[in-house]
Design a protein around this ligand. Structure first.
Ligand SMILES: C[S@@+](CC[C@H](N)C(=O)[O-])C[C@H]1O[C@@H](n2cnc3c(N)ncnc32)[C@H](O)[C@@H]1O
Length: 267
């Protein structure tokens, strides 16, 4: 599974994502007042919401598990003054994130590790806080939470942005996302048990499906039109087919998934 995820994010298609979404590799948050915001601005807002939920002090150590190209980690380090280790399975992302931290003058606070989130190369109880920001569905929830629990100190806050399966989810959809984006989704109702089994106390879950899903496809289409030249430069062959696949996938995900933010405390 991890090798497939690395191949996905190292591919030209995987590298294109952050260029289109403001260096983020997650979806966005919209509401009535910000319905006009483009994908990048809404992704930035979702990162701000995650930062708002995070409890971490200046100089404390934070782990960003599945860190993309480091944009959320950089925003967090700037906002809270903490030190952040990000881990990603993609060498492209690890190198890009490291370069971005250096360009921001934050290389003393941010460190990006190329590695597997199921085997984080750190001692037990290293970190004062952490998050999975749209990444845990690639890893397998139970195993990823157990490993997060191992590296977090008792009392540390863990925040999770996750796509949740809806009751209407089809077997075809599960097979499709497993094959194409190497992902497995769980229901919001599964979270209390998953968290308890991994040694976390679940503090709360916000269901923000209505702030994410209805906007997804129109905002994606707007972005693809805006970045047409960038896309054609990056994807040399069959870029139209790739874009059709993206739209199809986003529609399929909109119809089968919700979006939630969970907060928990390591016991
Ligand atoms: C959808 S991206 C989200 C990136 C970032 N959190 C963000 O919000 O911009 C998923 C991330 O999870 C990482 N990932 C998936 N499986 C992983 C694993 N087993 N170990 C480490 N990272 C993993 C990918 O490399 C990628 O960085």
């Amino acid at each position: 599974m991890s090798e497939n995820v690395a191949t996905l994010y190292n591919s030209p298609e995987g590298q294109l994502g952050p260029s289109l979404f403001g260096d983020h590799l997650h979806w966005g948050y919209w509401d009535a007042e910000t319905a006009d915001a483009d994908f990048a601005a809404a992704s930035d807002r979702l990162a701000q919401i995650m930062i708002g939920k995070t409890v971490i002090g200046p100089d404390q150590r934070f782990i960003d598990i599945g860190c993309g190209i480091g944009q959320p980690a950089i925003m967090l380090a700037k906002a809270k003054g903490c030190r952040v280790d990000g881990i990603t399975i993609s060498s492209y992302q690890q190198q890009t994130a490291t370069a971005k931290a250096k360009a921001a003058g934050l290389e003393d606070r941010l460190h990006f590790i190329l590695g597997d989130a199921l085997d984080i190369p750190r001692e037990d109880q290293t970190y004062d806080g952490g998050w999975f920001f749209e990444s845990i569905f690639h890893m397998g929830h139970a195993a990823a939470l157990r490993e997060a629990s191992r590296v977090l100190k008792p009392g540390a806050t863990l925040v999770i942005a996750d796509l949740q399966s809806r009751p209407t989810i089809t077997t075809e959809f599960r097979e499709f996302v497993n094959k194409h984006i190497h992902s497995t989704f769980v229901a919001m109702e599964d979270y209390p048990r998953l968290m308890a089994d991994a040694g976390f106390e679940l503090i709360g879950i916000d269901d923000i499906t209505d702030n994410v899903m209805p906007y997804l496809v129109p905002k994606l289409k707007e972005t693809l039109t805006k970045y047409d030249m960038v896309i054609k430069d990056t994807i040399k062959e069959d870029s139209d087919k790739m874009l059709d696949n993206w739209i199809y996938m986003f529609e399929y995900m909109r119809d089968n998934l919700g979006y939630m933010l969970a907060t928990a405390r390591k016991i």
